[in-house]
Write a protein that binds this ligand. Structure first.
Ligand SMILES: NC(=O)c1ccc[n+]([C@@H]2O[C@H](COP(=O)([O-])OP(=O)(O)OC[C@H]3O[C@@H](n4cnc5c(N)ncnc54)[C@H](OP(=O)(O)O)[C@@H]3O)[C@@H](O)[C@H]2O)c1
Length: 177
């Protein structure tokens, strides 16, 4: 899901390099140089009827969701794929974590649910809770990864960097720019 910008684009290149069969689904709005072997599906994931029509008969070993930002994005996808996929990996974000005192951030580090949390982070936390419930209640094969900024293929916009000011500070300390 996604696959034509930032993390998704980088992942697609990496998967193809390692010999995997890759299909991407997006609206076709973001321009990207995709490897020739990549199969493309087009749908707006906010249009649930369209999503069902395009994905209803597809089967995948792994679905990597790199265009999900809210519960409303993810719930329909879980319904479409229930019982038909091997793994569903949701691209969350390190923004869910409280400002770390020690680096690197680890999975079990404290999460920030305070008023400092952004709407973006709150939505990611809601999606994570929903997916873990789906796993516990129905065995839906969900996993979550906490992605960090990806600089190799494209540079983040100024506004996006501004939203993650503490991460900016963290990047400086890591000296990775
Ligand atoms: N970028 C970062 O630094 C960063 C950091 C932490 C976490 N993350 C997480 O990683 C994931 C990927 O983010 P990203 O920044 O790499 O990429 P992004 O800019 O969110 O890319 C979105 C991708 O999804 C597609 N898309 C967007 N809206 C869509 C819709 N309504 N229906 C179908 N496809 C749609 C876009 O293609 P079209 O426009 O052609 O539809 C594009 O391929 C997100 O979940 C994000 O929260 C990103």
């Amino acid at each position: 899901m996604g696959g034509t910008r930032f993390n998704g684009l980088a992942l697609v290149h990496e998967l193809v390099k390692w010999g995997h069969d890759v299909t991407v689904l997006n609206r076709g709005k973001s321009e990207a140089r995709l490897p020739r072997a990549v199969r493309r599906l087009y749908a707006d994931r906010t249009n649930h009827e369209q999503l069902r029509a395009v994905l209803g008969h597809e089967e995948f070993d792994v679905v990597q969701d790199l265009s999900g930002y809210a519960l409303a994005d993810v719930q329909p996808l879980v319904e479409v794929f229930r019982g038909r996929i091997g793994h569903y990996i949701f691209g969350s974000s390190t923004v869910i974590y409280a400002k770390p005192r020690v680096l690197p951030i680890r999975e079990a580090d404290p999460v920030d649910r305070s008023e400092r949390q952004t709407e973006y982070g709150i939505q990611k936390l809601l999606v994570e809770a929903y997916l873990f419930d789906q796993y516990r209640a129905n065995g839906f094969p969900a996993a979550v990864e906490h992605t960090y900024d990806w600089f190799r293929h494209e540079k983040l916009s100024e506004s996006l960097q501004f939203d993650f000011s503490w991460e900016d500070d963290l990047l400086e300390r890591l000296d990775v720019r």
